[in-house]
Write a protein that binds this ligand. Sequence first.
Ligand SMILES: Cc1cc2nc3c(=O)[nH]c(=O)nc-3n(C[C@H](O)[C@H](O)[C@H](O)COP(=O)(O)OP(=O)(O)OC[C@H]3O[C@@H](n4cnc5c(N)ncnc54)[C@H](O)[C@@H]3O)c2cc1C
Length: 414
Amino acid sequence: MTGERTSQRWDAVVVGGGLAGLACARDLCARGLRVRVLEAGDRVGGRMRTDRVAGCVVDRGFQVFNTAYPQVRGRLPLRELRLRPFTPGVLVHDGGRRLRFADPTRAPRQAWRGATGGLAGPRDLAALAALTGFDVLAPAALVRRPRDTSTRRALTAAGFSEGFVERFFRPFLSGVFLEEDLATSSRFFHLVWRSMARGTLCLPESGVGAVPESLASALPPGTVALESPVAALTDEGVLDGDGRTVPARAVVVATDAAAAARLEPGLTVPPHRTVTTYYHLASRSPLREPTLLTDTRRRFTNSVVLSEVHAGYAPRGYALIATSVLGDDSEGRERTTRTALAECYGTDTADWDLVTVRTVPGALPAMEPGLPLSRLTRVAAGRYVCGDHRATGSVQGALASGARAAREVAADLR
Ligand SMILES: Cc1cc2nc3c(=O)[nH]c(=O)nc-3n(C[C@H](O)[C@H](O)[C@H](O)COP(=O)(O)OP(=O)(O)OC[C@H]3O[C@@H](n4cnc5c(N)ncnc54)[C@H](O)[C@@H]3O)c2cc1C
């Protein structure tokens, strides 16, 4: 087949049907351009796809959906996603107790209870109220502006005690940044904190994959070709898995960072973070509420009873628990995690069934201080690269980068 050419020449071929590729394709189609999305997988969504395993709804790895991201508000039909909220705040397992910690600007009484449980002191509460108040109320440009440093330094500068950083921020943010040194950019932290405080953490009833599915369904029929891996980029367009050229005036690489670097040698991509999620099925719910549980000993980054978010996540009469740990799934790791869960939920976990394990090697790009929040997507004439690794490691970053690629392609084709 090598050397063959598909008949149609597209205005743009988008490589990858994750959030960035779908957002880019949608904006290009809205401008009247002829677009083809070539996706390697058998479904769209990439890192946000959802599968059914043994009657359970299993996301690519546990993640939450934030309604306050500007790109989410601007382009997704939130009502159609049938979103189910988490209870605001976090349960922190600390020295044999579970303490509820809430945002003092939203739930002052709960925050105070957390403080009296010994998690935070008055100084920490005051610092939290000031930080949250600023991040929520200040214009986004101002939140983005402060000199960038590590999140740990920014928290110390904001007046938090070492104990509070260690017992609240460090375990909680390790699940957001997928690193536990709080080395991530403080500018990114402030933007994420702003979105968390302004919006609702939730999940669609049918899994987080409903988000990319919704974006794909808004494209003209036939735009997305599944199971269509792109092998290489050429001067004319791209080479598909059968060695045929798919001609295009513009090619947008909207893959994860590692695949982008393979397709576009010489591209600089940031290091990545890896996370593993264990999905367990229990005959009884270990916690009768949809809330995030963290552990001050950081034996896992977070755990949640997904069937409390929506009963449909597990077969009738069962509870599905998702627990994430940083890095790979190694020998014995599931067993030690299960032991930690027994202590944190205060229940016997020996008879929990392991439904599946999801390890995502490039789950998030590292967001080191000093990295720009958005980067040009044009890398050569007619070649563009977008995705969360060109912006921020988040749903917002992936969608915004896809939108930026569409603007640059449209401007160049004009
Ligand atoms: C476990 C986990 C937890 C997360 N938690 C959160 C969270 O709580 N909040 C948040 O905002 N974000 C979170 N994220 C990040 C968020 O999911 C990603 O930032 C976003 O989905 C990235 O989208 P993308 O389009 O840039 O890349 P991807 O989703 O990686 O899409 C790339 C697509 O390209 C395809 N592809 C690759 N190579 C080829 C090829 N050669 N040819 C054709 N197609 C190809 C892939 O199959 C994939 O579909 C999390 C991610 C993970 C994995």
